[in-house]
Write a protein that binds this ligand. Structure first.
Ligand SMILES: *Cc1c(COP(=O)(O)O)cnc(C)c1O
Length: 448
């Protein structure tokens, strides 16, 4: 065990392959099903929307997939990301020497979160296959910014359907996307059949992620030069995020420490997959015994209170049905500030790990998360994204539980992003205006 604070890899030590968990799973994943017919969906059904290479990765049986040189060179502008021992936080918590907290920091990317890890290869493979334009949706704006940056870097056009209420309430994320050259459209819009339908029923609709997905998919389906990209949930997205865990394994080796628990927040599951899947492999190889802990909001407790069954990925039924934990595709979570965690389903791969007892899940309230986030900001100096604060809360709870039990414990969590665009959420916290929501009491307000 060394006593450094920051465990930094040289850029030449960055891993050059992503890890595909599929061949190592205890049971084979179940195929996606057509939203209407219920028949298994094959690559041919999805080819109008996705790059061939991404569809291959979606169903791949290879354990490691080489990261293309052109993607590696963009990754190297912000990777390897740092792994930091949270010494100041440990001190504030009064932890004994045997209880240690490390975090992997993904806020160093140009979008300020882990999302460029997949936006960059998605743009690259589409460009390589002759696609000139990407359409996608965004809720709070984190995914839209990542995709806008990736498209700018590869010289592609990008159209982002942004949930109407966020478009009005979150001008900075929108301006960031526009600065990178993306076209940002308030959803529902008059551009698409789906948007016109919703506006016909309710001209003042505030929009929802489900409607925005329907618009982006319809846009891509209608043009040969355009494909659709998704920022979480799908297998190839989880694959791309494993660069996080592959780096973390090397950095924890530098620290001469092995985590007893690996923690990340879960919205659609991609940053959890990113840090946890490589540790799952390490567990199956007998090299570690890390518990893998997924943290979700009490207001949207998919893994802890949802059902494991086939469900649609969006409200409108444009996307395939997937076998996953779900609260039901028509579930509208309360308007908590962690907009990126307000999704009714979860990655089928992450769901399968939880179902098979290979990963654990816990749900936490938002006020307790902001308590943890502010404690973290005041000790470690980084202002966390509201989503990431869920991982911090659980990491602190793990540390305190170990201290109470008189046990040693090494905790590694993923700090998925910074909160520089989320200061209105901190304002609400500091003014004592934050509310906690329980699943059973889930209100019907959709506002990220
Ligand atoms: C989007 C987002 C999340 C949630 O998405 P996952 O796919 O579950 O990782 C978490 N943290 C940040 C900072 C995000 O932008």
């Amino acid at each position: 065990m060394t006593d450094k604070t920051r465990y930094q890899l040289d850029e030449s030590d960055m891993p050059t392959s992503w890890y595909n968990i599929i061949p190592d799973l205890p049971v084979a994943p179940s195929p996606p099903l057509h939203p209407k017919t219920g028949e298994p969906v094959g690559p041919a059904d999805l080819a109008p929307l996705f790059a061939t290479e991404l569809l291959k990765q979606e169903m791949s049986g290879e354990s490691f997939i080489e990261i293309p040189e052109e993607v590696q060179s963009v990754y190297r502008t912000y990777r390897p990301s740092p792994l930091i021992r949270a010494k100041a936080l440990e001190k504030v918590l009064g932890l004994p020497a045997g209880v240690k907290i490390f975090y992997k920091y993904e806020g160093v990317s140009p979008a300020g979160s882990h999302k460029p890890n997949t936006a960059i290869p998605q743009a690259f493979y589409n460009k390589q296959e002759g696609i000139k334009r990407i359409s996608t949706e965004t809720g709070a704006g984190q995914w839209g910014s990542a995709m806008s940056i990736a498209c700018a870097l590869y010289g592609m056009e990008c159209t982002v359907y942004m949930v109407g209420i966020s478009y009005d309430q979150k001008p900075y994320r929108r301006l960031l996307m526009e600065t990178y050259g993306a076209e940002v459209i308030s959803s529902p819009s008059k551009r698409t059949e789906a948007g016109r339908h919703v506006l016909g029923l309710d001209p003042d609709s505030l929009g929802s992620l489900g409607i925005a997905i329907s618009e982006a998919v319809e846009d891509a389906a209608g043009r040969d030069d355009t494909h659709y990209c998704l920022g979480s949930v799908l297998n190839h997205v989880c694959l791309h995020q494993t660069i996080i865990g592959e780096e973390a394994i090397l950095q924890m080796e530098l620290a001469q420490a092995e985590p007893d628990v690996v923690v990340a927040c879960v919205g659609g599951g991609s940053n959890f997959a990113g840090i946890a899947f490589p540790y799952y492999r390490r567990n199956t190889q007998g090299k570690s015994k890390a518990r893998l802990l997924a943290v979700e909001p009490k207001a949207c407790p998919t893994l802890t209170a949802g059902e494991y069954r086939y469900d649609l990925g969006d409200e409108a039924g444009m996307t395939p049905q997937m076998l996953m934990y779900t609260l039901g595709h028509d579930f509208v979570p309360a308007g908590i500030h962690a907009g990126g965690l307000r999704y009714h389903g979860d990655s089928p791969l992450v769901s399968l790990l939880v179902k098979e007892g290979k990963a654990e899940a816990v749900a936490v309230h938002q006020k307790a998360c902001f308590d943890a986030a502010v404690m973290f900001a005041r000790s470690e100096g980084i202002l966390p994204a509201p989503e990431s604060s869920h991982a911090i809360r659980a990491a602190i709870d793990e540390a305190l539980a170990a201290r109470e039990a008189g046990q040693d414990r090494t905790i590694l969590f993923n700090l998925s992003g910074h909160g520089h665009f989320d200061l209105t959420a901190y304002e609400a916290y500091l003014n004592g205006q934050l509310q906690d929501y329980d699943f059973a009491a889930g209100s019907m307000c959709e506002g990220e």
